[in-house]
Write a protein of this length. Structure first.
Length: 130
């Protein structure tokens, strides 16, 4: 059963049920939720800890971050999802907060891509021998 909406935070993102939330790019999985897939739990947890440091600047915006397991039909480890839930007092505040989050997420992903040890090792393994 869905939780009752908070009258002080009436704005939320819309639902797009036809989109899968384990594919890239991040898509809206349910009302006010953004799920971002990561190849491992370690990377998802690193992103979580990095993004949690920056609190929302406005008291009229609420954000909750967590790491969850994606649904899996085949039982294989498919990494983890960084789940971000938003509530805001106005649509404008929601848009500004989500845009700011996406900029921060982009920076975190770029740093992971360029500096993460596992990513570098995997790239070396994928290069063809010449």
């Amino acid at each position: 059963m869905a939780a009752a909406a908070d009258p002080e935070f009436p704005c939320s993102m819309q639902v797009y049920p036809s989109l899968s939330y384990i594919n890239w790019p991040p898509v809206i999985a349910s009302s006010r939720t953004i799920n971002v897939p990561f190849p491992s739990e370690r990377l998802a947890s690193t992103a979580l800890r990095t993004l949690q440091v920056d609190k929302e600047l406005s008291p009229l915006v609420r954000r909750r971050l967590s790491v969850i397991a994606p649904p899996s039909d085949d039982g294989k480890d498919q990494g983890r999802l960084l789940k971000t839930e938003y509530e805001a007092a106005t649509n404008r505040m929601l848009r500004v907060a989500v845009n700011s989050f996406m900029e921060s997420l982009k920076l975190v992903l770029e740093v992971m891509e360029h500096l993460d040890v596992d990513v570098l090792e995997q790239q070396k393994l994928q290069k063809p021998l010449s």
